[in-house]
Design a protein around this ligand. Structure first.
Ligand SMILES: [Zn+2]
Ligand SMILES: [Zn+2]
Length: 278
């Protein structure tokens, strides 16, 4: 049965991760508030599903511009995220006012930015420069405002994949790279899309970035403190992906928290000369 990540469940998951890695307490507390905003909105959403021609399916199923985004609701999410950011003592704080004035209060700018993200349009960077907010900070605000809609659309579209044997390295729904690899309770591997969060079954031994299946080139290292986290490395393309082994995890699995509580593993992989997916 799928676990619903409501407010209580997110808090409980965060609390148990915090016990394992207290060092990440502040960042987990901050993101917990963002995740609650997103999950609560998801529980209230029921957009019209996208209809695809089943005779003519290919991977990825859609171009990202087809994702169903309700701009008004996305604006409300952005407003809530800005409140969280402004109430805390964090590095984004000084940019929240700029985003509020230039983006939230100018619906044309907001819609344009969403479309630039969906179309991977470099105009996004031009706007970021214009309002003097770092590109990745502006992306954090806008992407997190639309993420609930991407996830719901992606969930709706996933029924088109039922019975398919797709096991490639990019997201079969939106074409995104995976940001996390997972071993489930049966030891089967799946990958999670960095953009729409769809999770799909994958080959056990292969690099999702370059398709290498060369056992001599595919390596990994484990986290010293938590054996349920490991990092898969590819010597063909020098990329890495973090992996969570659910057979060894004794708490709830909420992928965005796993990403945050393993930032030390990204650092180690980068020190070893590997890059992440982006
Ligand atoms: Zn995707
Ligand atoms: Zn590779």
């Amino acid at each position: 049965m799928e676990i619903v990540f409501n407010k209580e469940k997110i808090k409980a998951t965060k609390d148990s991760i915090k016990e394992d890695v207290p060092f990440y307490g502040e960042i987990l507390d901050f993101y917990e508030k963002i995740f609650i905003i997103q999950e609560e909105l998801k529980l209230s959403l029921s957009p019209d599903p996208l209809i695809l021609n089943e005779e003519n399916l290919s991977y990825p199923l859609i171009k990202r511009k087809r994702f169903n985004i309700d701009f008004d609701s996305a604006g409300k999410v952005l407003s809530e995220i800005l409140k969280v950011v402004k109430s805390g003592n964090n590095t984004f704080g000084k940019f929240a006012d700029m985003v509020e004035n230039e983006i939230l209060n100018d619906s044309m700018n907001f819609k344009n930015l969403i479309n630039y993200i969906l179309n991977a349009d470099e105009e996004f960077i031009t706007i970021a420069d214009k309002i003097e907010v770092p590109n990745d900070t502006l992306y954090f605000f806008i992407y997190n405002s639309i993420k609930p809609f991407l996830e719901i659309s992606s969930e709706q579209l996933s029924h088109y994949l039922k019975g398919e044997e797709y096991d490639g390295g990019f997201c079969p729904i939106c074409g995104g790279h995976p940001y996390l690899s997972v071993f489930n309770e049966n030891g089967e591997r799946s990958l999670i899309c960095e953009f729409c969060c769809h999770q799909w079954k994958a080959k056990r031994i292969f690099c999702p970035f370059c398709d290498s299946q060369d056992k001599d080139k595919l390596k990994y290292f484990y986290s010293e403190s938590e054996e349920f986290h490991r990092v898969d490395l590819c010597d063909d393309c020098k990329r890495f992906i973090k992996c969570v082994d659910l057979r060894k995890l004794e708490r709830s699995f909420y992928p965005p928290f796993e990403m945050l509580s393993t930032l030390h593993l990204d650092m180690k992989a980068k020190e070893l000369g590997y890059k992440n997916s982006i």
